[in-house]
Design a protein around this ligand. Structure first.
Ligand code: Q0Z
Length: 292
């Protein structure tokens, strides 16, 4: 098995990396954590394995609904990153972020307050922050300059994708993935408020969902037992980091501060709890299942 250091790096994000395996790609999730878009110097042990394990779970669970890029969490995965990496098919990515919102929060809430609409979609009057929407909505976005995504209308996204029929398919697939996942998560005591998918075409022209899916880094997970509309919700995974950051005097500009060990330990527990609630599997069993 090749060592990670010998593989060509093809892309890197704030908290993960992608490597070239020839025919396939290797997607590696790190233990890094960001708040307010800034990565902390302190890792959260096992965060990468939790997120990767969740993506693997969802790819298996939704593969009959929507084809995806997942190949293996073991074959071709270097020993040193087992648990937090998967091999995937290469796709030609569609340059549109496929956001689905079931609840009104974040930038969607801001846009709704200013205009009564999100992504050009008219929403009912009188919604409160964090309210559940009458039905999930597709609010595509595009990568803007500063890495910050900009919500666009369906028509603008269709223009960017270069194909209106393709965007219609992306919308339908995104809504069906979100609906299936939100229903499953709700049964596990987690509100899946919103999420983001990325799609691409494989070598045979088959449309597949790629990237990570339905993780706390690509979605908002809220604990269902303290869900209450009319205010912002606590994040399932980052509540301790954000609470600590708010009381620390950090002004949310880089560099992010080191995290205290109790915040690290509490946050690790929340990630593991998210994995176990969603998958119904002990987190240790996931690690053992993919161990070299
Ligand atoms: C995903 C990203 C990451 C940094 C490219 N199956 C695929 N085929 C071709 N390209 C991609 C995928 Cl998933 C692809 N990204 C996002 C992921 C690190 C950036 F792990 N960029």
């Amino acid at each position: 098995m090749s060592a990670l250091a010998d593989l060509p790096l093809v892309a890197s994000g704030k908290v993960r990396e992608m490597y070239d395996l020839g025919e396939r790609l290797l997607m590696v999730a790190s233990d890094r954590i960001s708040t307010y878009d800034v990565v902390h110097p302190t890792p959260i042990p096992d965060k990468g394995s939790v997120l990767n394990g969740l993506s693997v779970f969802w790819f298996a669970r939704t593969g009959d609904l929507v084809p995806n890029h997942f190949v293996s969490a073991t074959d071709g995965v270097p020993d040193e990153v087992r648990g937090r990496a998967m091999t995937v098919r290469r796709l030609e990515m569609v340059p549109v972020e496929c956001v689905v919102r079931g609840y009104i929060t974040g930038s969607g809430w801001k846009d709704y307050q200013a205009t009564g609409r999100v992504a050009g979609l008219e929403l009912p009057p009188g919604l409160r922050e964090s309210d559940r929407l009458p039905e999930p909505i597709f609010t595509p976005s595009t990568k803007a300059e500063e890495g910050h995504d900009e919500t666009v209308s369906f028509e603008d996204a269709a223009e960017i994708a270069g194909d209106r029929d393709l965007l219609q398919r992306l919308r339908d697939l995104s809504l069906s993935l979100y609906t299936a996942a939100a229903e499953h998560a709700h049964g596990c005591g987690i509100v899946l408020a919103d999420t983001k998918f990325e799609f691409g075409l494989d070598a045979e022209g088959v449309l597949r969902v790629g990237d990570e899916v339905l993780t706390p880094d690509s979605s908002r997970f809220w604990p269902a037992d303290d869900y209450e509309p009319g205010r912002g919700q606590r994040s399932f995974d980052k509540q301790f980091v954000r609470d600590w950051a708010a009381g620390s005097g950090w002004d949310k500009t880089p560099p992010a501060p080191e995290l205290p060990q109790d915040v690290v330990a509490d946050t690790r527990r929340l990630y593991v709890e998210a994995y176990e609630r969603i998958t119904g599997e002990a987190f240790g069993d996931w690690l053992a299942r993919v161990a070299p």
